[in-house]
Design a protein. Structure first.
Length: 153
């Protein structure tokens, strides 16, 4: 697995999710499986099969989160850098008049709806290395759009 860039807050959320899966959800599903086994015939026991599916999901997610933590590269907010990098918050104006604000994060933490875009996304890649006042074009489903960086935090 390649390095996963993640903010300190993002890493903390991943650790909390992992702890919850290991200490709460895993024991609950093991108990559900045990109760379902007591009911007898497992071939037609929907509760048993549902609990086993849930257990499979939990174990897969635990492995995924452990790998993410192992390969995490924690990014700190840019220290008043003059160019956009991981951890930067970018304010820009596009030629359609739309003002946008995004924080550049690693792919594991991306959530465009909450203003966090991946450094690997088309817009994230367009922002990286640019300075205030820089104009650039980006391809979107509706065509090309021009944007200008107004501020970097």
């Amino acid at each position: 697995m390649k390095d996963s860039y993640i903010s300190p807050d993002g890493l903390e959320k991943v650790k909390q999710e992992l702890e919850n899966l290991k200490n709460v959800e895993r024991p609950e599903v093991i108990e559900r499986i045990a109760r379902a086994r007591e009911l007898g015939d497992l071939s037609e026991n929907a509760e048993y099969h549902d609990a086993r599916d849930k257990q499979s999901f939990i174990e897969g997610r635990v492995l995924e989160l452990e790998a993410l933590i192992k390969n995490a590269v924690v990014i700190e907010a840019s220290q008043r850098s003059s160019t956009v990098g991981l951890g930067s918050t970018v304010h820009a104006t596009c030629d359609n008049g739309q003002k946008i604000k995004y924080m550049i994060v690693g792919h594991s933490e991306a959530d465009p709806a909450s203003g966090k875009i991946s450094n690997e996304s088309p817009l994230g890649m367009a922002f990286i290395g640019k300075a205030v006042g820089h104009e650039f074009e980006i391809n979107i489903p509706a065509g090309k759009i021009k944007c200008k960086i107004d501020k970097i935090e």
